[in-house]
Design a protein around this ligand. Structure first.
Ligand code: UDP
Ligand code: MN
Length: 342
């Protein structure tokens, strides 16, 4: 009798301990599974465009109608420190039949070159978005569809630059970022630049695209990796104190420079990645790792001042400024020096 009782007691204690441990361990995992479920749920509905399974996720274009009437520049107060239009998580789906005309129609206040300023208050921040691009027109359309209202909700004075690499040589994102930096600064004295992959869609408008005192890394969580991974080379914001140290690889620059990085929380820094195959003729740069390794020694000399390129065209579309640039080949850059267009 006694042994039976103590056996039961042990069993119950054992089960209790197990339950507690399981509860502790699975708290996060459970949340992940639930959000994963919702994501699948939402995906299945993505063609119809209804928001289901995402109760708290706003349409990125909601609120924008709350913008008051345009004011004269003289009467304009500064925008509030925190935009009242910001709502939190954004519902992101990838509409298939999207056209640029549709994006234009939805963004009536965006003007030539993809520029915008709040109509009824003076923006506190001026941000340029730099998008390295080649042959990803569909991604670009989707990004523009989400990015314009996203930035408008943040009451920014902003401009979008698409830096398009001419020719078929290996795509060089870092170099395009350098070109984008220079060319955007030619236009205007931006407070802040964000380098943005064409296939990453921000999913929370509290992820503000402004520069704090530290370089900011906005794309820290991506759905592809269960929103867990920390990424450093995706979207980065460089504040100008660091300009002399700006380098083709922001990640290396940041780690070598020992700078502090301010990051939005994992929740707010969420991005949805548009799935894609690897680009033809751009599979993997075989020298990629060599280049990174070399960077450790050369980053100080090899910054903004050594960028050589040739602007093929600069045209002001309604939704963005397109800069097509010839950056040559790696070998070509060593032998034939090209002057930057002035
Ligand atoms: N990219 C592009 N065309 C290319 C390759 C890259 O426009 O042929 C740009 C685009 O902005 C993309 C970024 O470079 O988001 C990063 O490249 P990719 O998406 O291939 O890298 P991933 O992070 O998916 O491995
Ligand atoms: Mn990609």
């Amino acid at each position: 009798m006694y042994t039976l009782q103590s056996k039961w007691r042990y069993l119950i204690m054992f089960l209790g301990v197990q339950l507690v441990v399981m509860a502790l361990l699975s708290r996060e995992g459970y949340q992940k599974r639930v959000s994963y479920f919702f994501r699948i749920f939402r995906k299945t509905d993505s063609t119809s465009g209804h928001t289901i399974g995402g109760r708290n996720h706003t349409d990125v274009y909601a609120n924008l109608s709350l913008l008051g009437p345009a004011l004269n520049k003289e009467d304009m107060p500064y925008c509030p420190k925190q935009s009242p239009l910001i709502g939190g998580p954004i519902h992101v789906t990838f509409p298939s039949g999207l056209t640029l005309a549709e994006v234009e129609r939805k963004n009536p206040l965006v003007v030539r070159g993809g520029r915008y300023r709040p109509p009824n208050c003076e923006a506190r921040h001026r941000t340029a978005i730099i998008i390295p691009h080649r042959n990803r027109e569909h991604h670009l359309k989707v990004l523009l569809y989400y990015l314009h209202p996203f930035l408008q909700r943040q009451q920014l004075n902003y401009g979008i630059y698409v830096i398009h690499q001419a020719g078929n040589y290996t795509f060089n994102r870092a170099k395009l970022m350098n070109v984008g930096f220079r060319e955007a600064m030619r236009d205007e004295d931006w407070d802040c630049l964000f380098f943005h992959d064409v296939d990453l869609i921000p999913e929370d408008d509290r992820n503000t695209y402004v520069c704090d005192t530290h370089p900011k890394h906005a794309a820290i969580a991506m759905d592809k990796f269960g929103y867990k991974s920390v990424f450093f080379t995706l979207s980065s914001c460089i504040s100008f104190d660091f300009m002399p140290a700006f380098h083709t690889c922001t990640q290396i620059m940041v780690s070598l420079g020992g700078m502090l990085i301010s990051r939005p929380s994992l929740k707010v820094g969420r991005y949805k990645m548009i799935k894609h195959r690897h680009d033809k003729g751009n599979e993997v740069n075989p020298k990629r790792f060599n280049m990174l390794a070399k960077t450790r020694h050369t980053w100080k000399e090899d910054g903004m001042n050594t960028v050589e390129y040739e602007i093929v065209s600069r045209d002001y579309q309604l939704l963005y400024t397109n800069i097509t640039v010839n950056i040559g080949t790696e070998a070509g850059q060593r032998s034939t020096k090209k002057k930057p267009a002035s």
